[in-house]
Design a binder for this molecule. Structure first.
Ligand code: ADE
Ligand code: ZN
Length: 354
């Protein structure tokens, strides 16, 4: 694992405190996946939507998944309560407050418009509500936030193009585009032309690949879509040549351990590839994906994964640093965030027994 800083060893019982205190960027978080059941019920009432569950507790109890599709079916049903610009604003603010509590200093939020336009909501209400929360984030939540529009890969290329055209008047409110939803059977190359157009528009490019799908989907996300980051990417561990490519080209992976556990990508966190990826030199980051559904926000992902894999303070520093380096922040701001990270590690190390 390459790192500019050698971090002093930290006893296992103090690691959760370090993980909590360190500033970090969250780069893989679907804002619709932050909708907690209580907020889902409040929005349902506000908008006159009837939910097929009697209580928030019953909703939580339904969150048992055996693969990505079983999750997506429930997740898309939950988004039916979102109707107005204010709903999207409120949902984003609730997430930003949670993120601030976890010392997230920068977040890049995934959202999609296709789900919502399918429910009769205007794409501009989605974008404007989320963007207003991002603009207010520095003053209200002491952090920065930006938006990445995900195309839904189970829908057609034509539908992705239509989605792109709808958001064009709002193009400055979005920093990039991504690709989400059902992975198997929907390879990245299906969206080659849409991504080429997004690239020509100057947007950043990312894509979910190698969550459940094969390493071949990671190769084509890189070589055909020309993405800058891979979301998940955990299946790369099966392909040594791909691992070499990720390391050599410093292509970040936005890894989501609790998501992988809940969607049965791994039978246990002890089997997760994150530690092996980091030790091989991959620019991996830790993220929460859909925290309301998977049982934890970003710090819960850090603490549970560190405990399961026996990761160290050195890994913690590397992951936080990677998160800033992999972000789409301006270079000067990225540098400022890394200096803050170093200052927090300096203070923490000075509190350790000599
Ligand atoms: N949309 C929300 N969460 C997702 C995930 N984990 N994979 C693909 N699409 C998603
Ligand atoms: Zn995701």
């Amino acid at each position: 694992m390459s790192s500019l800083r050698t971090v002093r060893p930290v006893a296992a019982e103090r690691l959760p405190e370090l993980l909590r205190r360190m500033p970090k960027a969250e780069l893989h978080m679907h804002i619709e996946g932050s909708l907690e059941p209580e907020q889902m019920f409040a929005l349902a009432q506000r908008n006159g939507v009837v939910l097929p569950y009697p209580s928030a507790q019953a909703v939580r109890e339904a969150y048992v998944f055996d693969n990505l599709q079983s999750f997506l079916d429930i997740y898309h049903a939950g988004t039916r309560v979102l109707k107005t610009e204010q709903d999207f604003y409120d949902m984003a603010c609730a997430y930003l407050a949670r993120a601030q509590a976890d010392n997230v200093s920068h977040a890049e939020l995934f959202f999609d418009t296709q789900t919502h336009t399918g429910h009769g909501v205007a794409a501009q209400d989605v974008v404007n509500g989320l963007h207003r929360a991002c603009v207010e984030a520095p003053l209200r939540f002491g952090m920065t936030a930006s938006l990445i529009l995900c195309f839904l890969r189970h829908l057609s290329e034509d539908e992705a193009f239509a989605c792109l055209e709808q958001v064009l008047p709002l193009r400055d409110k979005i920093v990039g585009v991504g690709l989400a939803s059902s992975e198997r059977g929907h390879p990245p190359e299906k969206f080659a032309r849409v991504f080429a157009r997004a690239r020509a528009l100057g947007w950043h490019l990312v894509a979910h690949a190698g969550e459940e799908g094969p390493p071949a989907y990671i190769w084509s996300a890189l070589d055909v879509l020309k993405v800058e980051r891979i979301d998940h990417g955990v299946q790369a561990i099966q392909d040594p040549a791909l691992m070499q490519r990720l390391v050599q080209d410093r292509i970040p992976l936005t890894v989501c351990p609790l998501s992988n556990l809940k969607l049965c990508v791994y039978a246990s966190l002890q089997q997760h590839s994150l530690g092996r990826m980091l030790d091989a030199g991959v620019v991996a980051t830790v993220n929460s994906d859909d925290p309301a559904y998977f049982g934890g926000y970003i710090n819960e992902n850090f603490t549970q994964t560190f405990a399961a894999l026996g990761l160290t303070a050195q890994h913690a520093y590397q992951l936080a640093r990677n998160s800033f380096q992999a972000s789409f922040m301006e270079p000067a701001e990225r540098q400022r965030q890394i200096e803050r990270l170093d200052a927090v590690f300096d203070t923490f190390e000075s509190s350790l027994p000599s």
